[in-house]
Design a protein around this ligand. Sequence first.
Ligand code: NAP
Length: 310
Amino acid sequence: MNRTLGRSGIEVSALGVGTWAMGGPWWGGDQPLGWGPADDAESVRALRRAFEMGVTLYDTADTYGCGHAETVLGEALRDVRDDVVIASKWGYTFDAGTKQATGEDASPEYLRSAVEASLRRLGTDRIDVYQLHLTNLEFPLALELRDACEELVAAGKIRWYGWSTDDPARAAFFATGEHCTVVQARLNVMEDAPAMIAVAEEHDLAVLCRSPLAMGLLARESFDLPRDDVRALAPEWMEYFVDGQPSPAFFSAREALRSSLTAGGRTLAQGALAWLWDRSPRLLPIPGCRTVAQVEENVSPLLAARTDPS
Ligand SMILES: NC(=O)c1ccc[n+]([C@@H]2O[C@H](COP(=O)([O-])OP(=O)(O)OC[C@H]3O[C@@H](n4cnc5c(N)ncnc54)[C@H](OP(=O)(O)O)[C@@H]3O)[C@@H](O)[C@H]2O)c1
């Protein structure tokens, strides 16, 4: 099952794979920003399995593991580079040596250096979709970055770009750039975003749905999280987890949805992803997967859709 990546016209699998957890640990001071230890060999196996199963869309960011996720992704898919679409992000700064987040930089100069660093780590000569990671950046600064992205398109460093933001006005603003083709937004069965979908329809964008499984809450039954998992010591922006456990409000919401999501023998995760596919043809869920087992569970409905003659 394929979908169109907004106005780019590129066909991609209806499901992508997100690589935040594959970056391994990094920190903002004492606050973990990763998802505990990553097993690089298993990450590579999971990415290869996803490709074998037909996944052609992969989302990453320079900041995940302070560059590590990009390196792992680049190595895993090097020999099939021309057959996949790689989406990465820039905007947050970090120190790869200490694995510390160091802030953010919204200057065009930083954008130009960040893209070169991502290209090196990914082992590629172009990024298919480059996304501004600074969710709430002021409009004048975003305008400069939109124009700088157009220059990077002209230079062949990136093909298309977008903004990772939950604000429909910001998504529409960035879409005034000719090669803006996505918005990345939080969207899952517990948190719909009709205004964002309307912007995507109006401006011919695809919506890369981040946290489509509510950071695992829509996939796992129990949580015993290591201390270096961002969900264990949840930062203030975290909604889904409190003290390492599902927040009561989201836990109740999930339980209320359980029977409809698991209808027909689907797993909870499969039901949550299917809801997004049904919600709008503009939506492309990018569930974070870090094991072969997770990939197989999340991707198998895509294969079923491909072979279903109805
Ligand atoms: N732009 C941004 O600011 C931003 C923010 C968030 C995410 N993202 C992107 O969106 C992607 C996905 O979002 P997300 O990582 O927040 O969360 P998510 O996709 O909602 O949840 C991913 C987590 O759920 C668990 N999981 C996945 N499939 C499973 C399965 N079949 N069975 C059991 N558990 C399963 C895994 O955690 P465990 O391995 O711990 O079980 C996995 O790491 C990220 O990887 C990243 O690429 C972007």
